[in-house]
Write a protein that binds this ligand. Structure first.
Ligand code: WTA
Length: 663
């Protein structure tokens, strides 16, 4: 944490709102900071008036009796109202005469190494999407899915993924999307916790010319999931798969024959829309609950304001996230479709078949809005300026970043090399739990400073406080909290009320604790300093160090493991593991065993959790009460002299040993 503080303190370059952007976009919803402050104040003083007006822009079957009811820690938004998210994403656009507009623009992984120009492209209009989603919804019903049943979705980035989610929303069956990079045990945990009886998957997914065996992974998971009665399989790669009679069904055999008549279910505003599992500091991933009305209004409204979305002006929005994470849920699907700006979905990787894939896509589709993570920007920098230079990026109006703090070097590169110094950058800070952006600049309005996510979004009463909830003076680091409810906030952790209260509502009385350390500067801008718990952001992917430790100790050679984050040039945070071995393995503590352990973690969780380094050690440094001293390990892993107080360290010899290089 300490380096990030010093690096941000040196940063004082201010980028005023771009004139190019202001003059080029048509309506600018928030023209200047004064307007922002006035509207922000209203959103805090009169949340019912503010959010009631925003919600009026959506289609409801029945209007609310009150906008918000707040009984800490439970918020209910648009109480008594009924609506359907799928109706607001799709049917409404068709009813309003926009059925022929492009809703989703999908690009598959190019199939040859020779060029990035042979891309396979599919454009789905709102009318087509309506037909596809209705058929899929009827297919799910035919497989026994009823309102309230959780549908697990484990797919690659193909249009059918968005179609499946929207089909679930249409019939009131909450979905639980599992990132396609996770391994079978991760599917087991999540499907079991959600009590899901159906999984929607693909035969395989393309990634850098290889096939990720999604169906085979589901088969392996299903050995431990006796309650899964159906598996619906999209054929994408034609890789060989085993289809189990009675359980497994091909999408192309049962979906196209369904009726296209499937009315949207009338859902209560507080009915569950989806579960999304995310990592915390302890135990297994938790199923974050998002409900219907509040999430719909919040994601579409944040998307509209933060990205200044305007339909019918040629805007094309490209978010590079995978839909398996919250960024894809909110800013590829649910926040985008109600705004009627085409949303781009892509399959594959940014460096396949070549390192200019993304820039070729921007040129090809005249993309105006580009939203990615700092880890990707750092990789683009490393691959070289020649790649973006080869392409015409003049369609770009706005750039966004999300997932982790952005280092000023990456910010400036992004601004100059990708945005030609004319596109505003919105550094959007938010979480799976917040549903949408909570701290972000508004383009054409907020002056930006590289590395700061600037100011709170409307209705978000964010502050930096100490453990007693007292607000801290400028530039003093503390806990990031939110003191009032906002529509997109999580409504709970699936099946674990105690953990919900303990994680978010117990550290500071009466406030939502985000889990990040942060400070505010003199101008009121927020600077995120990093997680205060055992969550790490590896390449913008959120992982719990405990999960990785559990995976390591499940290997027969490991007795004890401690995992910490280390600074990593591209990933932001890399994974370092300290491992003590069972006696019979002590003689074989070599690189081969290291590799086996790394492979083991990939197999248990997924390749994103693979440690970057493993250090074998005779014992781990602990306090007298037996707690592993993680901060000390972080310093050791980063190769730093520790400034930590080691007076409580149980055994000084351990520390000395750990400092010895063991290779
Ligand atoms: C971090 C991703 C700094 C933060 C949307 C948060 C950020 C965690 C930013 C949530 C940002 C996200 N600047 N840090 N702009 N955006 N984070 O749930 O630590 O995958 O708590 O949601 O990512 O990760 P999650």
């Amino acid at each position: 944490m300490s380096e990030s503080i010093t690096s941000v303190l040196q940063e004082n370059r201010v980028f005023e709102p771009s004139e190019h952007f202001r003059s080029g976009i048509g309506p600018n919803y928030v023209p200047d900071l004064q307007t922002y402050h006035a509207r922000f104040k209203r959103s805090i003083d009169d949340p019912s008036g503010f959010w009631g007006e925003v919600a009026d822009g959506f289609n409801w079957f029945k209007k609310w009796t009150s906008v918000v009811e707040w009984k800490l820690p439970d918020a209910r938004w648009f109480v008594g109202a009924t609506t359907n998210v799928c109706d607001n994403c799709i049917d409404r656009q068709v009813r309003d005469g926009h059925g022929d507009d492009v809703a989703i623009l999908w690009e598959g992984e190019p199939s040859t190494l020779a060029t990035t120009d042979d891309a396979e492209v599919r454009r789905l209009t709102y009318s087509q999407l309506q037909l596809e989603v209705s058929r899929t919804a009827n297919a799910l019903k035919s497989l026994g899915v009823r309102r309230g049943d959780v549908v697990t979705i484990y797919m690659g980035m193909v249009p059918e993924l968005a179609i499946a989610m929207l089909a679930c929303a249409r019939i009131g069956a909450p979905h639980s999307v599992i990132f396609g990079g996770f391994a079978p045990p991760a599917i087991v945990d999540r499907a079991q916790d959600a009590k899901s009886k159906i999984i929607v998957t693909c035969d395989g997914a393309w990634r850098r010319g290889h096939i990720v065996p999604l169906k085979a992974n589901v088969d392996e998971a299903c050995e431990k999931l006796p309650d899964v009665a159906s598996v619906l399989v999209v054929s994408r790669t034609n890789c060989p798969v085993n289809m189990r009679a009675g359980r497994d069904h091909w999408w192309h055999e049962i979906v196209p024959t369904q009726s296209t008549d499937c009315p949207c279910e009338e859902m209560d505003s507080e009915d569950l829309l989806f579960l999304l599992y995310t990592s915390g500091s302890t135990g297994k991933p938790k199923g974050i609950c998002h409900t219907t009305g509040g999430y719909m209004v919040y994601t579409a409204f944040t998307a509209k304001m933060t990205f200044n979305l305007v339909p019918d002006r040629g805007q094309v929005f490209f978010c590079t996230a995978d839909i398996g994470w919250i960024t894809g849920h909110s800013y590829i699907v649910y926040g985008m479709l109600p705004n009627r700006v085409p949303t781009v979905m892509y399959e594959g990787a940014p460096n396949f078949p070549a390192e200019d894939r993304i820039w070729a896509m921007i040129e090809r589709h005249k993309i105006t809005h580009f939203y990615t993570a700092p880890t990707a920007i750092r990789a683009f920098m490393k691959w070289g300026d020649e790649h973006p230079h080869k392409h015409d990026l003049s369609s770009l109006l706005l750039l966004g970043t999300v997932g982790e703090p952005i280092n000023p070097e990456a910010w400036i590169w992004y601004h100059e090399k990708i945005g030609s110094s004319r596109c505003p950058i919105v550094d959007t800070m938010w979480q799976t739990e917040t549903g949408g952006h909570i701290l972000t600049p508004l383009p054409g309005c907020t002056p930006t400073v590289p590395g700061s996510c600037t100011l709170p979004f409307f209705g978000v009463d964010a502050a930096i406080v100490d453990e007693n909830g007292a607000e801290l003076p400028a530039n003093q680091g503390g806990l990031l909290v939110i003191r009032r409810p906002w529509p997109g906030m999580l409504r709970g952790i699936h099946g674990d009320r105690a953990r919900f209260i303990e994680t978010y509502w117990s550290k500071v009385k009466g406030m939502y604790v985000a889990g990040d350390g942060a400070r505010r500067d003199e101008r009121g801008y927020f600077w995120i300093m990093g997680r205060i718990d055992d969550v790490i952001n590896v390449s913008g992917h959120r992982l719990g160090t405990m999960e990785i430790e559990s995976a390591l100790v499940s290997h027969e050679s490991v007795v004890e493991a401690a995992v910490v984050g280390i600074p990593h040039e591209i990933k932001g945070t890399g994974i370092a593991a300290f491992v003590t071995l069972a006696p019979q393995y002590k003689g074989v503590a070599d690189n081969a065993l290291r590799k086996r352990l790394m492979d083991h973690v990939s197999k248990e969780i997924g390749p994103i959790a693979r440690p970057d380094m493993i250090r074998f050690t005779a014992s781990l440094p602990k306090t007298r009460s037996g707690k592993i001293m993680r901060r000390l390990l972080r310093d050791i892993a980063a190769g730093k002299e520790s400034t930590q107080d080691t007076t409580t360290l149980e055994d000084f010899a351990v520390l000395a040993k750990l400092r010895e290089v063991d290779e």
